[in-house]
Design a protein around this ligand. Structure first.
Ligand SMILES: N[C@H](CCC[C@H](N)C(=O)O)C(=O)O
Length: 329
């Protein structure tokens, strides 16, 4: 039986998307991991590979439209994916003809809301990034001087930078840096080191450097856990927005739309503070670049033959790139 997958991106953070409910026999966890690693491989994957595989399945939770699982290109599962949730949100909105609903993720059912198109063929989705925790056990992290790390020097990581660690709920290490540090090789060195066996982040960590352009505009680069450098990391940009708001009270950034640029374009964030907790709204594109048709049996193969995938390109990626070129921030 022929089934359809999508290749999608949020701010050029690229994924394959598979709806398990479209299969006669859902893929097992091992099959999903193997498929993710092969599809996304930049050398011999499909369409130049991707940063991960988004797996949609039915949710057993009431009033929830579907469930999202995130598999990084190295085969590890992630607790959350902001750019990916926007594309899953669009997929479910079009599947069910709805604009506002919740999507089940490992730690929370999160709100998704379709926005007005940012431009012709540039669909925009708002997603809830939550839960947020600064607790060491939530990332987890250790050996960083206590159960929380907020805006502290960490000489073991870099001589003159302050770092914050936060789970949204996937793990993030954030530093607000100068343009020179942002463009140095420090991010790659630190990201690589903290995603190999290390004394601080046993499960790895997404590492982001954020440059403050002004009080409503950041630029964020991320070295992702389980992937490496990506064009954008939705949870990384959300976490960086939170750290900016928390550590720069004079900017009065809470409840304000922030523009967060990245190598793949830009998104908008809004950091919400409710009593002693936070959540972040992430708004950005949800672009379908290709539709893929393949016999379901191929997906169950240990080494799928990508020549058997019928690929149809859309014109959405060109529309997105035009939009970004006209709105470079
Ligand atoms: N690499 C991340 C998952 C993907 C996050 C990123 N692509 C996003 O848009 O949030 C992790 O293992 O925590």
């Amino acid at each position: 039986m022929m089934v359809q997958l999508q290749k999608v991106h949020g701010s050029q953070n690229q994924f394959f998307l598979l709806d398990q409910t479209s299969l006669q026999k859902a893929l097992s966890t091992n099959e999903l991991v193997s498929l993710a690693q092969q599809l996304t491989n930049p050398q011999n994957g499909l369409l130049g590979g991707a940063d991960g595989l988004l797996v949609v399945s039915a949710s057993q939770h009431p009033q929830v439209r579907g469930r999202m699982q995130v598999i990084n290109s190295d085969g590890t599962f992630a607790a959350m994916c902001g750019n990916g949730l926007r594309t899953v949100g669009r997929y479910l909105a079009e599947k069910y003809g709805e604009t506002d609903f919740k999507v089940e993720t490992p730690q929370a059912d999160l709100q998704v809301s379709c926005q007005s198109d940012w431009a012709p063929q540039v669909k925009a989705i708002s997603v809830e990034i939550s839960p947020v925790s600064f607790q060491d056990t939530a990332l987890p992290f250790a050996n960083l001087g206590g159960p929380k790390l907020v805006n502290q020097f960490v000489p073991a990581f870099a001589d003159e930078l302050k770092f914050s660690a936060v789970a949204v709920p996937n793990p993030h290490l954030i530093s607000i840096v100068s343009h020179d540090v942002l463009t140095s090789n420090l991010l790659e060195k630190l990201g690589t080191r903290l995603n190999q066996p290390n004394a601080y982040f046993p499960d790895g960590v997404n590492v982001s450097f954020a440059q403050v352009v002004n009080s409503r505009h950041l630029f964020v680069r991320t070295f992702e856990r389980g992937v490496g450098f990506t064009n954008a990391c939705g949870t990384g940009m959300s976490a960086a927005s939170l750290i900016f708001a928390v550590t720069n009270p004079q900017a009065a950034a809470f409840e304000q739309i922030l523009t967060v640029a990245n190598p793949g374009g830009f998104v908008q964030t809004k950091v919400h503070q409710t009593h002693a907790s936070y959540w972040i709204e992430l708004i950005g594109n949800a672009t379908i670049t290709h539709y893929l048709e393949v016999d379901e049996a191929e997906l169950h193969q240990s080494q799928p033959d990508f020549d058997r995938f019928e690929v149809t390109s859309t014109s959405e990626d060109a529309a997105y790139r035009d939009f970004i070129a006209q709105h470079t921030v």
